[in-house]
Design a protein around this ligand. Structure first.
Ligand code: ADP
Ligand code: MG
Length: 370
């Protein structure tokens, strides 16, 4: 297994469209790195350049100590798993698994041993003599995973491999893939992974680190916890976390944040962290950190517009000075609430407030990263 490095990597497509704008990324040996971002942000373009399926316009791709820019895909020591698993339909699972090894020159006996080994790891032994059309979506995706695993590549590349599966299966495959990654690490065969998805839940639950992309630029690279607690900018703040972080426009004034009609007190820990006091600012607070309050000093007044009952919690959608905000209440808090009231009071937890520069989007209240 090897480290993967991207240096000033750029991609300009034939028509002159610049899809990737000089990105730099280090994926450590054995690390599970997720590339996440909305559709069109160049996740697949980046992955395909790593795989050698797309030419690099400029910059460098290193796998281990080799620059692989000019190497053909088969010589890069990578294996790729796609959304459409693309198994050979006329071959049994066993032959599908062995195919890559046989092409690479392995003997029939060597391939058979490798197939058994991989089938055991992925628990697909009972499926070995079936044809792809006799497999469920989840089973087919496990076979596709097996086809990558059997090559013992330096780097695994995944492009939205779970997007075609239903929600339940997606959740179980998520765990299966991360378990497999952990198991290989524990057995001394750590797998370096680059995993592409547009789904922030997949990114948060699977990544050792996450690289958030937008329009061919990297917005932040960090662990799931750091992305959640300390988003570097408004884009990351909005993309990571569910429901989305509330963003309220206003100004920082001394130790307060003023919206058109209300004042939010900022604690000293926050004001002392501020690296700027932008004229146009935005206060960010996650719905989980905006608590239903009653009569408490400093609570915000908001018009309740709609309620989503989720079972153990309730999403309260409201308007604050004409700006939409959401609060997550427990079912018990919601039960205790006066249902007839159309005004609610909401108290932002001071320690979880972020201040952003509206113009640049930068978080000007970042905590030091330990
Ligand atoms: P993602 O995988 O994040 O959805 P892609 O890497 O597929 O994004 O695409 C990134 C951008 O590059 C998009 O704007 C897309 O339209 C453009 N693009 C992708 N492939 C080509 C191509 N072959 N020629 C020109 N533009 C392309
Ligand atoms: Mg894509």
């Amino acid at each position: 297994m090897a480290r993967l490095q991207l240096k000033n990597l750029e991609k300009v497509y034939g028509g002159g469209f610049k899809a990737v704008h000089g990105i730099n990324l280090d994926v450590e040996e054995g690390e599970f790195m997720v590339l996440v971002g909305p559709s069109g942000c160049a996740k697949s373009t980046t992955l395909r350049m790593i795989a050698g399926l797309e030419d690099v316009t400029s910059g460098e791709i290193r796998i281990g100590d080799r620059i692989v820019n000019a190497l053909e895909p088969g010589k890069r020591g990578i294996a790729m798993v796609f959304q459409n698993y693309a198994l050979y339909p006329h071959m049994k699972v066993r032959t599908n698994l062995a195919f890559g090894l046989r092409i690479g020159g392995a003997s029939k006996a060597e391939a058979a041993v490798a197939v058994e080994e991989v089938a055991k790891i992925l628990e697909i032994e009972p499926l070995l003599d079936r044809l792809p059309k006799q497999l469920s979506g989840g089973q087919a995706q496990r076979v596709a995973l097996g086809r990558a695993l059997i090559k013992k590549p330096e780097v695994f590349l995944f492009d939205e491999p779970l997007s075609n599966l239903d929600a339940k299966l997606r959740a179980s495959m998520r765990v299966r893939i991360t378990d497999l990654h952990k198991r290989l690490r524990a057995e001394g065969m750590p797998a370096t992974v680059v995993y592409v998805t547009h789904d922030q839940t997949e990114a948060m639950t699977m990544g050792d680190r996450i690289c958030v992309m937008k329009d061919g630029h990297i917005m932040q690279v960090a662990t799931p916890k750091v992305l959640y607690d300390s988003p570097a900018n408004l884009f990351v703040a909005g993309f990571i976390g569910s429901p989305e972080m509330n963003v309220i426009d206003g100004q920082v004034d001394g130790d307060s944040f003023r919206t058109a009609g209300q004042v939010i007190r900022l604690d000293e820990a926050l004001t002392s962290r501020l690296t700027a006091r932008p004229d146009a600012a935005a206060l960010g607070i996650r719905p989980q950190h905006l608590k239903l309050a009653d009569g408490t000093n400093g609570a915000l007044h908001a018009h309740l517009k709609s309620v989503e009952f989720m079972g153990h919690e309730v999403y309260l959608h409201a308007q604050l000075d004409g700006q939409p905000i959401t609060s997550v209440a427990t079912a018990a808090e919601y039960d205790a609430m006066d249902r007839a009231a159309d005004m609610i009071r909401l108290l932002p937890e001071p320690a979880n407030i972020h201040i952003f520069d509206r113009a640049s989007g930068a978080n000007v209240s970042l905590r030091a990263q330990g």
